[in-house]
Design a protein around this ligand. Structure first.
Ligand code: ZN
Length: 403
């Protein structure tokens, strides 16, 4: 091995060690799970990954005994954590554990109620005040009103009826109802969510609760025909609660969890619950009203991944990676220097003998508006290739307008 290379390796090792040791994550999260009518074995590790990839959280998972086990042995130490995520829908906790949880929230602990977490504990009064709204478990008018939106106004409806339902799973549009809250500030006002259950007809005390986002529960899919709450905040004592009804999990997760909109609102909601503020930037792949945005592996794409995929692009493939690159350029390139950083990466693709012609066509079009003299030599070369001549000439004409 060459000496230089060895030095680089040693240095990389030291950097990794430094990163592992430095201060650690800002907040500690505890995901409570172990019983659920949902696939908690799939969802809890995904929620842990999603929290930790923000760099803000380290997350533990507290797994309860199964529904035949002795619940008295389940005593998570809530007070050690900044936020507790409820991915649990099962047997009642012991009185001691219930009291510890209520004390934790009252004293200022953060909570995230996730999907069927709001099905849990229909008989536990304080828990229902913490979640604001819940469903199933024989919930009815005795548990509180329905809360929904009609004509852009919140309605509190005390009509008799069941608590909790959902139509068939499908993609649906989320509508932000409060864009001033730290969790939702800066998000598109409407965005498409990956195929999921649109919870409807939830009921509960709804005290100290604010609705951040709703979705129309489509009648033709078996829903309520109302704009139902999807994202909420609740305050309980000194505690902050973020409640997302989104994220029905299949084995492996599935589109409800892969949705960048689910992931990002979960991450932002958890930070807010832990601290009262949100410092995370809104990523480029956040969905809009035009369509859903799914993250394979639940991770945001990196620029390196975009570039590696674009090199192999052909017109039968999705332009997802190219669109991601375009978003980066539009969002980051506010100075000539920043534009040039991207231009240099794109020149590399244009020079790459292994890159496809279709990839080069995409790049030529993009570089035609944001490139500079730096690009001219390689584009002149490509203009000699009959497959690329039209796109190369187009780019040259835009980069060298007639004087
Ligand atoms: Zn579900």
């Amino acid at each position: 091995m060459r000496k230089q290379y060895l030095l680089v390796l040693v240095f990389a090792g030291l950097v990794a060690l430094f990163n592992a040791c430095k201060m650690g994550a800002e907040y500690k999260a505890l995901i409570v799970t172990g019983q659920n009518n949902h696939n908690w074995k799939a969802s809890s590790p995904i929620l842990k990954q999603v929290l930790e990839q923000t760099g803000l959280f380290s997350a533990d998972i507290a797994t309860s005994p199964d529904n035949k086990g002795d619940m008295n042995t389940f005593e998570p130490n809530f007070s050690k954590y900044d936020v507790v995520v409820i991915d649990y829908n099962g047997k009642s906790w012991s009185d001691k554990t219930k009291k510890a949880f209520v004390d934790y929230v009252s004293n200022g602990g953060g909570v995230v109620i996730y999907h069927a977490g709001d099905n849990s504990f229909p008989e536990w009064k304080e828990y229902n005040e913490i979640i604001g709204l819940g469903g199933w478990g024989n919930r009815s008018q005795k548990d509180g009103p329905y809360v929904y939106y009609t004509n852009d106004k919140m309605v509190i409806d005390t009509a008799a009826g069941r608590g909790g339902s959902h139509g068939k799973r499908q993609e649906f549009e989320i509508r932000i109802r409060n864009s001033e809250h730290p969790i939702t500030k800066g998000l598109p006002s409407r965005w498409m969510h990956g195929s999921d259950e649109c919870y409807s007809e939830l009921r509960g005390p709804a005290k100290n609760m604010e609705i951040l986002a709703t979705a129309m529960s489509q009648k033709n899919a078996g829903g309520s025909g109302r704009h139902e709450p999807m994202l909420m905040t609740i305050s309980y004592g000194k505690g902050r609660i973020f409640h997302t009804v989104l994220g029905h999990a299949d084995a492996g997760g599935g589109p409800a969890l892969e949705c960048a909109g689910f992931i990002v609102t979960f991450q932002r909601g958890a930070e807010w619950a832990a601290s009262g503020k949100v410092t995370q930037k809104i990523p480029y792949d956040f969905p809009n009203a035009a369509g859903v945005s799914l993250r394979a592996g639940f991770k945001e794409l990196t620029l390196e991944e975009d570039l590696a995929k674009i090199v192999n692009y052909d017109i039968t493939k999705s332009t997802k990676y190219f669109v991601d690159l375009q978003s980066r350029i539009r969002n980051e390139a506010t100075t000539p220097e920043a534009l040039q950083k991207f231009e240099k990466l794109m020149i590399k693709i244009l020079e790459d003998k292994a890159a496809t012609d279709d990839a080069k066509k995409l790049i030529l079009h993009e570089i035609s508006w944001m490139g500079s003299d730096l690009s001219i030599p390689v584009i002149n070369e490509l203009a000699k290739n009959p497959q690329l001549k039209d796109e190369a000439d187009f780019a040259l004409a835009r980069l060298q307008p007639a004087k």
